[in-house]
Design a protein around this ligand. Structure first.
Ligand code: RIB
Ligand code: CA
Length: 318
């Protein structure tokens, strides 16, 4: 039976690939997407999520719009769409037709709380944007952490930052929310940080294979990943020439096939104060803090099996 999953997204390019993977892979049943302010404004995230689902023939998957700003910080930038978090050009809208379907009337937090309250089967929660919606659900429903059997988060970094030398964007963009999530007592947290996503790079040649599939999903994935490669080649060149991480899709891949990532059980906390380190995931790799591990943290990933997963999933006709 397919595993139920909810994706919490700030849909830009890698979220879009994650949405397609979750919506199209037969081992998953994507019961809904929630959107959150992140790389771009939440309204644009919602529009992009709807257009991706329409484009691949999955308009029946509901989309719920979430919060417009971080839970605590008034001084953090509210994105306006012209630039991504590295300060590079980042268009608001994905290069596929506008949506014909509409977001749900209910909001993301209401949906999350009600879905997990009423669930009779396990639902995996997969946040791949700032953790604002999830922290707010924790605030409003004191039992929320206990109701979620597994949460797989794309965010953070041990060796690597991408928005500052210390911090990864999703955690940095709402550090108080992320700190709450790691301290909430979830039964099972899997963290897919930059350390793992940068081990699963997709190359330009692989993009061409996706394009050659001739399916809506294959061609859209090629366009989204191709755009990422151009941005990374220009501003954040990877060790593998003409390649890019597709962060959020790896988190979904790890739900489909946990052996795609290599994890260690460690304690993770989030820095919310340090002027140089705000938004850093402090991962206690050498057990110096004396706190019990609270997350399975991925440090490696199988790049070629990850690509095969994308290729096989996007080859299927919608
Ligand atoms: O740092 C990577 C994360 O930030 C991904 O979720 C990506 O979508 C970007 O917003
Ligand atoms: Ca994202």
């Amino acid at each position: 039976m397919a595993r139920k999953i909810i994706l919490d997204v700030d849909t830009g390019t890698d979220d879009a690939v994650a949405v397609m993977l979750a919506a199209l892979h037969p081992a998953l049943d994507l019961v809904g997407c929630t959107t959150v302010n992140g790389n771009i404004r939440v309204e644009s995230c919602t529009d992009n999520t709807l257009r991706v689902l329409d484009h691949i023939g999955r308009s029946s998957i509901p989309v719920y719009e979430g919060l417009t700003r971080p839970i605590a910080r008034v001084d953090f930038p509210i994105p306006r769409g012209e630039k991504d978090h590295s300060g590079k050009y980042h268009p608001d809208t994905l290069p596929i037709p506008p949506p014909t379907s509409r977001k749900q009337d209910a909001g993301a937090i209401e949906f999350l709380i009600e879905m997990f309250r009423a669930a009779t089967e396990e639902i995996v929660l997969v946040p791949v944007g700032p953790l604002t919606n999830i922290a707010t659900a924790l605030l409003l429903d004191p039992k929320f952490a206990k109701r979620v059997p597994e949460i797989v988060i794309m965010g953070g970094g041990h060796e690597l930052g991408n928005v500052t030398p210390s911090a990864e964007f999703n955690v940095w963009a709402d550090p108080e929310a992320a700190a709450m999530v790691f301290a909430a007592g979830f039964e099972k947290i899997t963290l897919v940080p930059l350390d793992a996503t940068h081990r699963a790079l997709i190359t330009q040649a692989q993009c061409e294979e996706l394009e050659a599939l001739g399916t809506s999903a294959g061609q859209a994935a090629a366009a989204f990943i191709g755009h990422r490669i151009v941005v990374h080649d220009t501003h954040q060149r990877q060790d593998v020439p003409h390649s890019t991480p597709v962060h959020d899709a790896l988190a979904v891949g790890a739900v489909i096939d946990p052996s795609l990532i290599v994890t260690r059980k460690l304690h993770v906390a989030v820095e919310t104060d340090g002027p140089l380190t705000v938004g850093r995931t402090v991962i206690d790799t050498h057990f110096r803090g004396g706190k019990a591990p609270n997350a399975e943290v991925a440090f490696d990933a199988d790049a070629s099996r990850f690509f095969d997963l994308l290729l096989r999933t996007f080859a299927a006709k919608a």
